[in-house]
Design a protein around this ligand. Structure first.
Ligand SMILES: *[C@@H]1O[C@H](CO)[C@@H](O)[C@H](O)[C@H]1NC(C)=O
Ligand SMILES: *[C@@H]1O[C@H](CO)[C@@H](O)[C@H](O)[C@H]1NC(C)=O
Ligand SMILES: *[C@@H]1O[C@H](CO)[C@@H](O)[C@H](O)[C@H]1NC(C)=O
Length: 517
């Protein structure tokens, strides 16, 4: 009797879960007929000792209501540092705050943008480690690299809200370890501002805004952080086209991203408030006051640059936070994560650190040396030179991790072999190993670990292994590079539910499992 009731309740719950799914941001689920589904996973034909995850399939998909993480709903100063809630741009937590609904990219669009972001990162990385100038707003356009080699944006879909000016005007900024310059759209929007959720920042209502002069060292330092710039984009002031450089002795910045998004405007200094307590306030922070802005920033006010260059937020706040920050990206777009500066929730967790790679020193990238990968607890037979030839970077904005071709093919074949009891589905977008789980509620998936320099083993969370388009198309969330010399990228699907700690002063990056709580 009790059993029947429990079973009935369970079925109702599952049905509700399935019916509540809608096409949503980074993943989609179709309404499926549950009556013929296997409620339990089949026993995979694995020998003892294979390490695997039991995955409830609904956990791979976002819900259409926001599920804030309990420990970060209170915005405030935690121990030594500042902690900010992180939301996904296209999830229900962000949508609830928005007056106008923004266009939500489909999963295919997201992965197409991801491909363009990764190509940009790879090209910038190649130039940066070769010592080529990655840059140059100030230089003649003939010396610049092609448009698609600009800075990165793509799938950088997570944002935080900070205060800008005096009194503080709240602005939502995409945070991005792949960019350095921080900017917001600015009144009077001399040329153009796109629609954003909050009121556009108005420097004339702020007591602390100052323009940076062309002759200052900070203006020259900009060149290293803003990538190339197309001479056709600028701002028109009194019918005169102002290109990045100088306008009546005010420093003009310009930054262009890989997908033809850009921001041009005055380089200024302003007070930035992360948290209201005094420890989270920075005076004279250098940022871009954007007068001509366009692109995939979708309702946010601009961008918070967390790269390693000296103009980045991380470098400018180094005296206080010692270039230390951490974040946890949530398991789906309907959950929340956090971004911390200077301390981090990590003090209570055990963090495994790997040194930043020597080849990334002096660049704006956080380089990591991958040494091996295991599937189901068994190390793949990949020669160490496969990883050392390519090098690796970790990036908060790339979605799917990219691996050298030989590493990916070894990963794929081990994964497919261990998943052979499940029906393969059609490949989709950039992903070639997909499963049709429509007759399951629960599946077993082999564990995947990455090994980094220093013998550090980082186990990917269950939600970091699979990318679900729908229940009938759930794919292995990795991709091989076309070329063995392209840098490997550790993307944000794989980082989900881990706290990733960037410890710039000590030259290392750490990982702690255990979710965003
Ligand atoms: C669900 O599947 C069962 C068995 O295949 C079938 O009998 C039933 O009609 C289906 N229900 C719906 C709503 O499609
Ligand atoms: C349920 O799982 C068993 C064992 O793997 C399989 O033989 C059976 O066909 C599955 N049933 C459905 C409806 O998929
Ligand atoms: C900053 O410089 C621009 C261009 O010279 C000028 O239009 C604007 O009024 C200046 N703003 C402040 C606050 O000085």
């Amino acid at each position: 009797m009790a059993n029947t009731t429990t079973l009935f309740a369970l079925l109702c719950f599952l049905l509700l879960l399935l019916l509540s799914k809608t096409a949503n941001g980074d993943a989609h689920i179709l309404e499926t007929n549950t009556t013929n589904r296997n409620a339990t996973r089949p026993r995979p034909p694995w020998p003892p000792g294979i390490h695997f995850h039991t995955v409830q399939l609904p956990s791979l998909f976002p819900s259409n209501t926001c599920r804030p993480s309990p420990s970060i709903s209170k915005d405030g100063l935690e121990s030594k540092g500042a902690i900010l809630p992180v939301l996904h741009l296209h999830g229900p937590c962000a949508q609830a705050q928005q007056q106008q609904q923004q266009h939500k990219p489909t999963a295919d669009e997201t992965l197409r943008q991801d491909e363009s972001r990764v190509k940009t990162i790879q090209s910038r990385y190649r130039n940066a480690v070769a010592g080529a100038d990655d840059v140059s707003v100030m230089k003649d356009s003939s010396t610049t690299i092609p448009a698609k080699d600009g800075a990165t944006l793509g799938g950088a879909n997570y944002f935080v809200t900070v205060g800008v000016g005096t009194p503080a005007q709240q602005q939502s900024l995409i945070f991005d370890t792949g960019s350095d310059l921080t900017w917001t759209q600015c009144q009077p929007c001399v040329r153009s501002c796109y629609k954003q959720q909050e009121k556009i920042f108005d420097p004339s209502s702020s007591a602390s805004y100052r323009n940076v002069s062309c002759s200052s060292a900070s203006c020259s330092a900009l060149a290293s952080a803003t990538s190339m710039f197309h001479s056709i984009i600028g701002i028109l002031i009194n019918q005169v086209r102002i290109k990045p450089g100088c306008s009546s002795s005010t420093c003009v910045y310009g930054i262009q991203y890989g997908d033809s998004s850009y921001s041009v405007g005055f380089y200024g200094t302003e007070k930035i408030t992360l948290t209201t307590s005094t420890g989270g306030v920075f005076n004279n922070f250098f940022f871009g006051c954007g007068q001509n802005n366009q692109g995939l920033f979708r309702g946010t006010a601009g961008l918070l640059g967390l790269g390693r260059d000296k103009v980045s937020f991380v470098s400018q706040t180094a005296r206080k936070y010692r270039k230390r920050f951490s974040y946890c990206l949530p398991s789906t777009s309907s959950d929340t994560g956090f971004l911390t500066f200077g301390g981090g929730a990590s003090t209570t967790k055990s963090v495994k650190y790997t040194p930043l790679s020597a080849s990334s020193a002096g660049t704006s990238f956080y380089g990591l040396d991958i040494t091996a990968i295991s599937v189901g607890g068994q190390k793949l037979p990949i020669s160490a030179t496969v990883f050392s030839t390519a090098g690796g970077v970790i990036d908060s904005g790339a979605v799917i991790s990219r691996l050298p071709p030989a590493a990916y093919s070894a990963l794929r074949s081990a994964f497919r072999q261990q998943m052979s009891s499940y029906p393969l589905g059609k490949p989709r977008s950039i992903l070639d190993t997909c499963y049709d789980f429509s007759s399951y509620d629960v599946v077993s998936v082999p564990g995947i670990s990455f090994f980094f320099a220093g013998g550090v083993e980082v186990e990917i969370g269950a939600v970091g292994i699979l990318y679900g388009f729908s229940i009938s198309q759930v794919c292995l969330a990795f991709k091989g590079n076309d070329d063995a010399s392209e840098v490997a990228v550790f993307g944000n699907v794989q980082q989900r539910t881990m706290e990733v700690v960037y410890d710039g002063a000590r030259g290392r990056v750490g990982f702690a499992g255990g979710g965003c709580n």
